[in-house]
Design a protein around this ligand. Structure first.
Ligand code: SF4
Length: 196
């Protein structure tokens, strides 16, 4: 049932002409993970590898995210679903425009409504602003729980920012530790993590 509902959106996305990003993309990156995942991770946009494979978070940023998730004892198969604010790669990895984000965001919010996660993690400034408005600042608001409708939301740095500036990794890990604590409160009190 959940899969069918997601497939319906996927079919719409495959045929989507709502913004100009469709012109240069190779693959639509719909999102992936467990349709019953308690944690929904939102990034910015597909990159080169994602555009090539059609899978979210498989490039260098994705590999770093995978390591962080492993440290949290989370996996894509079980605890996590991942998607982006826009589903087609912006040329040269530029930031998607406000119009492109507005055109694509309803697909993501419908995915969230179907999956109904217990926790949402927003990766980076674009995702934070798309959810909470243009005055949001990732440097100011990361690590602080917010609410988006009924969902608790943790903003943190995008893995690409951690690759550019490894000194941010410590803060990002502190944010993910808060997610683990909340996960134990909301989902599984026995969730194991050897670091916390
Ligand atoms: S980015 Fe989103 S809105 Fe734009 S064409 Fe792709 S699927 Fe459609």
């Amino acid at each position: 049932m959940l899969e069918e509902q997601l497939k319906q959106i996927n079919d719409e996305v495959l045929a989507c002409t709502q913004c100009g990003l469709r012109k240069e993309r190779h693959q639509v990156v719909f999102g992936s993970g467990n349709p019953q995942a308690p944690v929904f991770i939102v990034g910015e946009a597909p990159g080169f590898e994602e555009d090539k494979t059609g899978v979210a978070f498989v490039g260098k940023s994705g590999q770093l995210l995978e390591k962080i998730l492993l440290a949290c004892n989370f996996s894509r198969e079980k605890e996590v679903y991942m998607g982006n604010i826009v589903k087609c790669r912006p040329p040269h990895n530029r930031t998607p425009s406000i119009q492109e984000q507005a055109a694509c965001l309803p697909y993501l919010t419908r995915q969230i409504e179907i999956i109904r996660p217990k926790i949402i993690i927003l990766l980076g400034s674009v995702a934070l602003k798309a959810f909470f408005g243009p005055s949001s600042r990732i440097t100011r608001e990361r690590g602080i729980w917010k609410n988006w409708f009924q969902y608790p939301v943790m903003p943190t740095y995008h893995p690409s920012a951690l690759l550019r500036n490894p000194t941010l990794k410590r803060d990002a890990w502190e944010d993910f530790k808060k997610v683990i604590v909340r996960y134990r409160e909301l989902v599984d009190s026995q969730h194991a993590c050897k670091y916390i």
